[in-house]
Design a protein around this ligand. Sequence first.
Ligand code: PLP
Length: 412
Amino acid sequence: MAKKNSVLRQLVAKGTYNTDVTSKVLKAVRDYQSSHPQKKIFMMGWGYTTQPLSPLVIQKLIQTSHNLGNKETYTSYESISGNLELKHSIQNYYLETLEVDLNSSEIFVNDGAQSALVDVLELFEGSNSIAFQNPWYPAFLEGTALSGRDKFIELKCNASSHFIPELPKEKADIIYLCFPNNPTGAVLTRDQLQRFVDYARHHKSVIIFDAVYTNFISTPNVPKSIYELEGAKECAIEIHSLSKMANFTGVRLGWTVIPEILNVSDSSHGELIQMWTIRNAIKFWGASNLAQQAAISALSEQGRQDCKSIVDYYMTNARLFRQALEQAGLTCYGGNDNPYIWLKAPADWSSDTFFHYLLSTVGIVGIPGNFFGSQGEGFLRLSTLGDRGEIEEVISTLERFGDVGMKKQIMM
Ligand code: PLP
């Protein structure tokens, strides 16, 4: 007799980030819009990119499609760990932009970062403890639960610590870190990240470093790869993606780095690479060859310049929007090194009160901060991955409203 997976069933019953967004945020917007059909609503909570792929990437996609349609140039399955030319492009990208030297055997190409961030837990024993910060990126919590673990170690962080998480107080075997951070926008300086690396080396823990936003960093002295730090290859797996830096959210392409010298207590040199290779051969037969060819273009010299223009576009959005929010009397965090603004609710308003207030006044829809854990209470996450025209419209709405109402309301 078939039975439901009890872990997944419990997660569904409790509600996940995505189900909460649908049942609370989207429902509230629908309800509001049905009674205010004329009102302009700005959907600013989500990490959806809005700008087109670069012409270089488009050209490569067209050429690859033609190749796939031709018997002489058709390609079937690629190497499961990724097309070798792409792995070399990733290697060059690390070496030329970050001075980080990787072997191609240490690189595994994925369909974006999300699946790898969750699946990589399969490398580790079920009894291993997992730590991550509160407020968290939802996949860390839900992936941990999906792996059958009913507990996690919470690394608290809040405005007074500039959203820099504390080191684990109890022994953590696996530590998820995401910097620049989603949702708070915080970054770690070299010294702050080194403390986590030193902790991991000392306790023989593994850091899973979510590097999806490292290309957005502009603050000096902030590392763009964990491997810039001394000893990190002994203790860290890094997961990256072209989703935001190259507008690949729909194309789906990312990578995982597992260093050869990454050792856990009972592993030998290179064993985790071998285990991940075999796991992928069972469960994942590689990223799409179209996406991989597109990624080769995105990581070429011209492609990297195009990525920089994409990042500059979204970060200009962030700067303009943050200024407008601050002029309206609000306190903002983030928006400097990734395209998220972590907006503090005025006075002691809850996330929910603030969410409804912004929706019903200026029509801005963010994600309530308490969706990211208890430490997110009193905040709202806003994304600046929108189109500039939309950002300008929301800014002028804020300006019109701010003078007449928002500041007054906030002072209440
Ligand atoms: N990690 C973080 C922190 C993210 O914000 C996202 C997407 O928004 C992901 C991972 C997943 O990205 P991908 O599109 O590469 O799967």
